[in-house]
Write a protein that binds this ligand. Sequence first.
Ligand code: GBH
Length: 498
Amino acid sequence: CISGAATSSLRFPDDFLFGTASAAYQVEGAFLEGGKGLNNWDVFSHEPGKILDGSNGDVAVDQYHRYLEDVDLMKDLEVNSYRFSISWARILPEGRFGGISATGINHYNNLIDALLLKGIQPFVTLSHYDFPLELEKRYGSWLSSEIQEDFGYYADICFKAFGDRVKYWATFNEPNIVAMHGYRTGIYPPSRCSRPFGNCTNGDSETEPFIVAHNMILAHAHVVHIYRTEYQQEQGGTIGIILNTMWFEPISNCAQDIAAVERARDFLVNWFLDPIIYGKYPEKMRKLIGSKLPTFSRNDLRRLHKATDFIGINHYSSLYVKDCLLTSCQSGMGSSRSEGFACQTGIRDGVPIGEPTAMEWYYVYPQGMERLLTYLKERYDNTPIFVAENGYPDENSPHRSIESYLQDVKRVEYMSSYLESLARAIRNGSDVRGYFVWSLVDNFEWIFGFTKRFGLFYVDFTTLKRTPKLSAFWYRDFIVKHKAVISEKPKHDYKQYS
Ligand code: GBH
């Protein structure tokens, strides 16, 4: 009864990674165990009113204790890789202002070894939204250039401890979202913003996101430099950055709307990738916001030439874009939002761009995957790409039966259509090296708490028992059909991109 495309004819490269993705704060729990320091999300989620259902990640889905069980689930899925993130405060409870936690290092050693024992490659994100609270207290975290050193110190410890076995590293998950929601809309920690962009007055929504992004770009380049000069040759791995993406379509054929699409792309993804790959911010951003955009020193520029081995994209959805350079449009969480002086909406003349889902900005628009991959191939000289997240949310409602979550036909259709679109991009020359489903198990969905379910495995949030959904069986069959043969080291020579 599984619908979807006749996928057996799709082709993926031999060493293609098929995996699932997760993030420390969303799955680990054990927030006070093993000497872990508090991080920004630990504190934020405990503030009243921040998380939709009043929940937090204190326990999450307890992967800290249940990692062996979860690795077994992955084995059943036949995935050959697992994308997870390291909790910075588990390794360095107080950043570089305190000691290294041996218990923290030990935990990830155990997880990595358990994965490798089952033939699953670890794909590790160094910071998936979280960092030790101490860095916020000391110097305001991402607002200060001091954090670049801190991040380098932390990354170096990880390369040293885990780099003999970890061949895939990502510095950040979605730094563009951290900048936007931490410092513009204020809905993520550290909840800084100014009106009319958000509901607070403690920050400056017009300048801080750009300072934060600047520090994250330089922190990324710093860590890539460390890896390339001190570890890459010996360890033979690859390092990149993962960005949140949307595909944008103009709402009409008029020139203003088409120009607005370009701005929307600049202000979401090119904002980070242009500096990291070409050493400069997009021309149009500079024109529109001028001196609010920081500049790179000559020293920075040396670091910023091809400062990534791969581009990671989290891709779920597409939106229409309408010009609003001259007209104003509603910002925030309403039915349309404005970023990059471009109004973004999922609906045109009452008709959604694709089937809506349980998440407000997530529409099913599989052709967006191929278009985005083609766009990135052309703009960034065919830099290798990993689709680091793609997945489908269900609304967690007390009125639904477990059975209705397990029969997740919509998720199967979603994954099937997006994978088909991805395969078409590969056929047309996109250098895509892997695909990760968000997520292995239902988990803590940030400000939405436990109200959304993205897992291939259903989790009973009381007993934390995992049960495979239809999509888990479907993904296993898909992988078996398109089986990748994983070699010890990546087959491709990543050094050609350094
Ligand atoms: C990714 O974020 C994350 O990397 C991952 O941790 C998360 O679980 C996954 O996607 C599923 O959502 O835009 O006003 O509705 C995706 C980017 C940006 C999506 C913030 C939700 C919430 C605020 N997220 N957005 S709003």
